[in-house]
Write a protein that binds this ligand. Structure first.
Ligand SMILES: Cc1ncc(COP(=O)(O)O)c(C=O)c1O
Length: 388
């Protein structure tokens, strides 16, 4: 009997090692891992550079308090500021922490300019921003909040695509709109570029902040370092996590100079956030992924994957309804429930994971090889042919 709490519905399989795009089970079976810890292992399993940097740092210094200067974090923040919209970075450990801290940054900014009542955050209904008390209420999903009352107030919700109610819900008390640039758990729903542009304009008009949650869709997953870059929109605050640690728990809130002005000493903190071990790994992940050649390769390989998946969709139009997403954040929306399809893929040694709206999420590592994509395509095709 397991003594772990029963809050996960775990598949009856465990793994003893991973290498690149592959996982090896305790029963000696080899799986193509297109889950990668749900978009976490951005460079696959056991990347030699990450192993080296982790080993080296582990012999020097693991952890010091944020009461002291941490040069490894200073270095990473400088690189992020140089290459992105952000002027300042606040390191955290998980996506939920980062999104919750993003909310704090937005509220504290308005408080610091004498507008303490401007504190409400407008989010998409049934989005996903994490599992802390505030972030479940930010997500606005009944399933996630049921039983966890009393309600954390301060959040308003509009339905995906309902621009009328989005506009209507912005009041004098609204501090920010917070959305995922591409909704991950919600079914790999891309917010179109024109929407992001209009949203930025609206936020400027109403003098409110734009928070883009890039925890799942950021860090090279779409072929741009951030998913929002394609739209040329500049957000005010961006929580990141998952891919930035390549498997090591790292998260951060990125912000522009204006909003960062509210974050004075003592306003936020984290014991572990930004420790030397995490920062050294993350520096290496950032160096690899933020490289233009690397990102172009993600674009090239992922567009091949999308093209071939669409061919499978066209061949099996009664099974696959839509190939969703961008880059290597891919969703196969099925007509029916996806449980059996995911099981069949797994029986054929391809690991994928579900998302809402009957979606099978396909999340290869960003450095996946073409022959591994081809292997996945063969398995997906085989499963479609079996159930056709
Ligand atoms: C968009 C988004 N935000 C926040 C989170 C929460 O991240 P974590 O599970 O690291 O707390 C997730 C996790 O899936 C996510 O996809």
């Amino acid at each position: 009997m397991s003594n772990l709490a029963k809050n996960y519905n775990r598949k009856k399989i465990s793994f003893k090692k991973g290498k690149g795009s592959y996982l090896f089970s305790n029963k000696g079976k080899k799986y193509l891992d297109f889950v990668q810890g749900i978009a976490v292992n951005s460079l696959g399993h056991a990347h030699p550079k990450l192993i080296r940097v982790l080993n080296n740092q582990s012999k020097k210094l693991w952890h010091v308090s944020n009461a002291f200067i941490i040069p490894e974090g200073e270095q990473l923040a400088k690189k992020i500021a140089k290459k992105t919209f952000a002027d300042f970075v606040m390191f955290q450990n998980s996506g939920a922490e980062a999104t919750e801290a993003a909310i704090k940054v937005a509220r504290k900014y308005f408080y610091s300019i004498g507008k303490p009542n401007k504190n409400r955050i407008l989010c998409i209904k049934n989005s996903f921003h994490g599992r802390t008390l505030a972030t479940i209420y930010a997500s606005g999903s009944k399933k996630m909040t049921e039983g966890f009352g009393p309600k954390v107030s301060g959040f308003d919700h509009f339905n995906f695509g309902d621009h009328k109610s989005l506009k209507k819900l912005i009041t004098k008390n609204t501090a920010a709109v917070m959305i995922e640039t591409i909704m991950g758990e919600g079914g790999i729903k891309v917010i179109p570029d024109w929407c992001l542009k209009d949203l930025r304009k609206l936020c400027n008009q109403k003098k409110i902040l734009l928070i883009l949650d890039e925890v799942q869709c950021g860090i090279g997953r779409t072929g741009d370092f951030f998913a929002f870059e394609k739209s040329k929109v500049k957000p005010d605050i961006v929580p990141i996590a998952k891919g930035i640690g390549g498997g090591f728990p790292v998260a951060a809130v990125l912000m522009n100079k204006k909003v960062a002005s509210g974050m004075t000493p003592g306003t936020h903190g984290s014991t572990f956030g930004g420790n030397p071990l995490a920062m050294q790994v993350s520096n290496t992940v950032f160096d690899i992924i933020s490289n233009k050649v690397f990102l172009n390769n993600v674009k090239k390989n992922s567009s091949y994957f999308h093209k071939e998946l669409n061919k499978i969709k066209d061949k099996y139009p009664k099974i696959i309804k839509e190939v969703r997403g961008r880059g290597f954040l891919i969703g196969l929306q099925l007509y029916g429930d996806q449980t059996d399809f995911i099981k069949r893929l797994m029986d054929n040694k391809l690991l994928t994971i579900r998302a809402a709206e009957n979606v099978v999420r396909v999340l290869p590592p960003l450095n996946v090889k073409k022959n591994e994509i081809d292997q996945a395509l063969r398995i997906i095709k085989k499963v479609c042919s079996e159930i056709y």
